[in-house]
Design a protein around this ligand. Structure first.
Ligand SMILES: NC(=O)c1ccc[n+]([C@@H]2O[C@H](COP(=O)([O-])OP(=O)(O)OC[C@H]3O[C@@H](n4cnc5c(N)ncnc54)[C@H](O)[C@@H]3O)[C@@H](O)[C@H]2O)c1
Length: 487
């Protein structure tokens, strides 16, 4: 098991701890705050309900979490050390000295700093080459971007290893090749923040109106195409050149206040805090975090279906997890129901009753049927060659509740697999609890004629193997049932 040390377990350190832990790393936390354990516990609870379900594959079993009062003990033998102490250079440099006196020289020491350049963090260090900036975004357990900022002190081997580890955590390392204050993303955020302060101070807009201006329009656009690709499209058929010719001149108009910052008087702080209370004060911060996480998971899973942006990163992570997730015809114990789905319940599968919504049981069982088809040889290549299965009938029984983040699995018994007929019985479990059953009857078809026909001899042979192996299984209770007519 690989170990990460989290030095500073506040908002950001807690998010890193959750990211490592839920991806199977052991995590050791060092933070002098007596409240650190409680705070990390709350971040972890949010992460557990949102992160595992982002993936359509099971994440590895959770690692072990421990809290340490001795920094040297926390970092000894750790492969990754993530520093997320308050944003003060003198404090960070002092912390690096203590870390480097006790840690493995090969460990990667990443800093969450939002503003400092890696060369500033490396100055006077015992081993400057060990320190990089790995700047995350809140919530660290959901957002993939990490700005990896390096200097010539960092070896190419170490940079490659850092990237590989972050990808293994489902993150997207963006290598910032030339260091600069506040890296890339926070420079934008600060420009937008400056402008928003002016708009509120000058009485042009309230905090709520500014948030509406972002989330009803360009915010959604940015989340999927960013800035330049969005503007390229906005330029119409003539593309980017046209866009620049059209909007270039307005850069010299007084559209923005550029570098001026309004003075942070008590009056301005009260104005903004008051407007923010009026806008959002009816929710606690924990409630707002949950609303944010629900929305982020929904949007990222929608992007996943498009294999685009953050969604493409999630798909790549799933592809890396897949090989050890589910058995195939050769590795499965064919005498038992076969594991055809193993995953966590995603946030967007739950409904107003607070549990998994009924249409998602069908989705889960359909995924299991797809996996069973793959196991018997009806995979993407076979389908591209013109044969497939169509579902003729499905019957689902809901037996117990399940909730966001729960690890569920489906085991599939083949009741009949002969000629064009395929009759499957799926059982969905959480641990030992049977949650639901799904029975499906499918017919093999030609995609050309859209009519039933016999499958390939390989599929027939695979079905015969499973039929023989599963012949000893009892016929499932509940199979072949229907909703009874009231007496
Ligand atoms: N908040 C954000 O949105 C955000 C985003 C990206 C990066 N960052 C960066 O992450 C870092 C931490 O920010 P945060 O928002 O989590 O702050 P925070 O105040 O929530 O957490 C800082 C934690 O560090 C602990 N700490 C203080 N001295 C320490 C020491 N000597 N050793 C170990 N722990 C110590 C504190 O007890 C606290 O729990 C900063 O460098 C910040 O720039 C913040």
């Amino acid at each position: 098991m690989t170990t990460a040390a989290i030095i500073g377990g506040g908002v950001i350190g807690g998010g890193w701890a959750a990211r490592f832990l839920l991806n199977g790393w052991d995590v050791r936390v060092f933070d002098p705050d007596p409240q650190a354990e409680r705070k990390i516990g709350e971040v972890l609870a949010n992460a557990r309900r949102s992160l595992p379900g982002l993936s359509d594959m099971p994440l590895p079993p959770e690692g072990k979490l421990s809290f340490h009062t001795d920094l040297a003990e926390a970092v000894a033998g750790a492969a990754w050390i993530q520093e997320s102490v308050p944003e003060r250079l003198d404090l960070k440099l002092k912390v690096y000295r203590s870390i480097q006196e006790a840690c493995d020289p090969d460990a990667i020491l990443g800093s969450s700093t939002s503003g400092f350049k890696p060369s500033e963090l490396q100055e006077g260090a015992l081993r400057p080459g060990q320190i990089v900036v790995t700047h995350p975004f809140n919530p660290v357990y959901l957002l993939p971007l990490i700005e990896l900022v390096t200097t010539p002190e960092n070896s190419p081997e170490m940079i490659a290893r850092a990237k590989e580890i972050m990808r293994g955590l489902g993150q997207f390392p963006l290598h910032v090749r030339k260091e600069i204050d506040a890296h890339i993303a926070d420079r934008f955020l600060e420009a937008v923040w400056r402008e928003a302060l002016w708009l509120v101070k000058d009485g042009i807009a309230t905090t709520e109106e500014i948030d509406e201006a972002i989330r009803m329009g360009f915010g959604i656009r940015w989340a999927q195409m960013g800035l330049f690709e969005t503007y390229r499209v906005a330029g119409g058929e003539a593309g980017m050149k046209h866009f620049m010719a059209q909007f270039g001149p307005c850069l010299s108009w007084p559209w923005t206040k550029l570098m001026d910052v309004p003075e942070f008087t008590d009056e301005l702080v009260d104005l903004i805090a008051g407007q923010s209370d009026a806008q959002s004060g009816h929710h606690t911060i924990r409630e707002l975090e949950r609303i944010r996480d629900n929305n982020l998971v929904g949007m990222m899973r929608a992007l996943k279906a498009q294999n685009w942006g953050a969604g493409a990163v999630l798909n790549t992570h799933d592809a890396a997890l897949k090989p050890r997730a589910l058995p195939d015809l050769e590795t499965a114990d064919l005498s038992q129901p076969i594991l055809t789905l193993s995953r966590a319940v995603p946030l967007d599968w739950t409904d107003y009753n607070g549990h998994m919504t009924e249409s998602k049981y069908l989705e889960a069982f359909a995924n299991s049927t797809d996996r069973f088809m793959e196991i018997i040889g009806c995979d993407a290549d076979y389908i591209a060659n013109g044969g497939s299965y169509f579902t003729a009938e499905t019957h689902i029984r809901h037996l117990d509740e399940t909730h966001a983040g729960a690890r569920i699995r489906v085991e599939t018994q083949m009741l009949l697999g002969q000629g064009k007929k395929l009759h499957l019985f799926h059982r969905m479990y959480e641990g030992d609890t049977l949650l639901a059953t799904g029975e499906s009857f499918l017919l093999h078809v030609s995609l050309e004629t859209r009519k039933p026909c016999a499958p390939s001899s390989e599929i027939e042979a695979a079905m015969a193997r499973i039929a023989e192996a599963q012949a000893g299984l009892p016929y499932p209770e509940g199979a072949g049932s229907a909703i009874r007519k009231p007496a």
